[in-house]
Design a protein. Structure first.
Length: 306
């Protein structure tokens, strides 16, 4: 188990206890609630309510139990490894590949593939998510960095937290965006009507702040090819923010109620570029990949149709 002592600083005061812990520990609020129900959350003054408003200087101690060990097996799943050294690897993830196992999904994941294809993985995230620094949705393709040592993992995680690791995506959206570029600043939380979904919420106290920049790459008659840059990394962030501005990602089964008129194999979202400093040498790294062929075939067809 791991015991963490967290002190509320000035920029965190005013947050609810569950939101503060969710933000600090990078876990969901439901996970925070479970930890509290298990007696693993202690507030110094003894008042333990998830809706408690935090004050500067408040001290919270959290005990994080060891993860339940799954019988993870290496699996010979093809990987497109863009770069690899003794500290990290950069993977171009294919569509349909879940990043890490869960209780109902213990095989066929990127982690199973990494256990087979790489000699070592960091242990920072325990046995369930070895090497996983950040994630992509199952049907989102593109670049993802994996840590092979704990030292590399901590450095890469810090770069993501400090927003010095830059991630750029490309997506095809339904409808035609009117502005050439913009910023979507809208907090994201769990959707109350459907727990499988995330949604823009009224107040950051009901979720977590989320900021996304976008730039129009090309307009078509009924669609817009758009580039997105993440300032934060919330679950389904681009997909939720795209829906929020009225232009959901094409073929997104969760967030787009329109018919898949282009017959896309899944939602058309690709993590095309990632920039970071090498955790050991501090060299500036930048990797970029084109979307998969089925994505590009649809773009080519739109181009040819004018």
């Amino acid at each position: 188990m791991e015991i963490k002592t967290l002190i509320v600083d000035a920029d965190k005061q005013g947050l609810r206890l569950d939101v503060f812990l969710s933000d600090e520990l990078e876990i969901t609020r439901s996970h925070v609630k479970i930890l509290a129900e298990q007696g693993n959350v202690i507030v110094k003054d003894g008042t333990l309510k998830m809706g408690r408003i935090m004050k500067e200087g408040d001290v919270v101690t959290v005990t994080i139990p060891d993860p339940v060990e799954l019988s993870l097996e290496p699996e010979n799943i093809p990987l497109d490894i863009i770069y690899e050294d003794e500290y990290l690897a950069v993977i171009n993830k294919q569509r349909g590949l879940v990043v890490h196992p869960a209780k109902r999904n213990e095989s066929g994941t990127l982690v199973n593939a990494l256990l087979f294809g790489l000699k070592s993985l960091s242990s920072v995230n325990g046995v369930i998510r070895p090497g996983i620094v950040h994630r992509l949705d199952k049907d989102t393709t593109g670049l993802l960095v994996v840590a092979k040592t704990d030292e590399a993992h901590l450095s890469l995680s810090e770069q993501i937290a400090e927003k010095t690791c830059k991630r750029t995506y490309v997506a095809l959206l339904d409808g035609v965006l009117s502005k050439d570029e913009g910023t979507i600043d809208a907090p994201i939380g769990r959707c109350k009507a459907d727990r499988k979904k995330m949604a823009v919420v009224r107040d950051v106290a009901d979720g977590r702040y989320a900021i996304t920049d976008y730039t129009v790459l090309k307009r078509y008659q009924r669609y817009t090819l758009t580039e997105f840059r993440l300032h934060t990394g919330r679950t389904h962030q681009i997909r939720v923010h795209a829906k929020h501005i009225g232009h959901p990602v094409v073929a997104d089964l969760l967030y787009n109620g329109n018919l898949n008129k282009l017959n896309a194999p899944s939602h058309m979202l690709h993590a095309k570029k990632i920039e970071f400093k090498h955790p050991i040498t501090m060299e500036n790294f930048c990797f970029e990949t084109a979307p998969p062929l089925d994505f590009m075939r649809i773009i080519d067809k739109l181009d040819s149709d004018g």
